[in-house]
Ligand binder design. Structure first.
Ligand SMILES: CC(=O)N[C@H](C=O)[C@@H](O)[C@H](O)[C@H](O)COP(=O)(O)O
Length: 233
């Protein structure tokens, strides 16, 4: 399942925890994400995915597992926001990430840009995780040389499957045909869903919000509690 390469790769299948807090989120800044990462590794996660130079650096110092780095940035007149340009790839590598995550979707001529970014990362000896939203994009990402294909963007492009839960059908179709490891990512909220993703053929499962975004976790509980209170009123 894993290819021979001089790039850092995950040595075994398992859970990767996404530790991300954007600027508007309560846990943004300081060492909150590094602490989240430590807690995740203490309990058996095999890797961390994180956003931004500060958190990549802090997490690399805090834990000793491969780190997938990305930089989210809004670019005018574009919907591509995960590591949109070479500038972010350079920063992610300089910050010490082992794997660069970037958008490999088929929009705005992104596949051509992604090809250049993948080549750049590989020349620097760094692996690439392609964040895709459809089967066709995943297979295109493999052709471009991506080391991992992640289902990260399914549901986040207008033409991809829109669902409340994880896109297990996409995991399964990619795992059937791709030679590189498939990473199930996006809207995995329970251990059962993580297990189903592995059974669907994923080599790795990335869980983010369900573990590291307390405001979203709390909101789900509040909603459940309010429904009962409302029905009793
Ligand atoms: C679409 C997008 O921007 N996804 C981001 C990608 O890095 C993160 O905001 C998600 O938290 C991550 O993909 C993990 O997914 P979830 O938090 O659903 O477990």
């Amino acid at each position: 399942m894993t290819r021979k390469t001089n790039r850092t790769m995950f040595p075994e299948r398992g859970l990767i925890v996404s530790c991300q807090a954007l600027e508007h989120e309560p846990l943004h800044g300081g060492d909150a994400m590094a602490k989240m990462a430590k807690a995740a590794i203490q309990s058996g996660a095999i890797g961390i995915r994180t956003n931004g130079v500060n958190d990549i650096r802090a997490i690399k110092e805090a834990v000793d597992v491969p780190v997938i780095g990305l930089i989210k940035r809004d670019v005018p007149d574009s919907d591509v926001f995960i590591t949109p340009t070479l500038d972010e790839v350079v920063q992610i590598i300089a910050a010490g990430a082992d794997i660069v995550a970037l958008d490999v979707t088929d929009r705005e001529d992104r596949l051509a840009t992604a090809a250049e970014l993948i080549d750049f990362a590989h020349k620097a000896g760094v692996a690439v995780m392609a964040d895709v939203s459809t089967y066709a994009e995943g297979m295109a990402a493999e052709k471009l040389g991506a080391d991992y294909i992640g289902t990260t963007l399914s549901g986040y492009t207008p033409y991809s499957t829109q669902a409340e839960g994880p896109d297990l059908a996409l995991v399964s179709s990619l795992a059937a045909d791709a030679q590189v490891p498939v990473v199930a990512e996006g809207r995995i909220w329970s251990p059962e869903e993580a297990a189903l993703a592995l059974q669907a053929g994923a080599a790795y499962v990335v869980v983010g919000s369900a573990i590291t975004r307390p405001q979203l976790i709390t909101a789900r509980y509040v909603e459940a509690v309010r429904q009962v209170i409302g029905s009793e009123a």
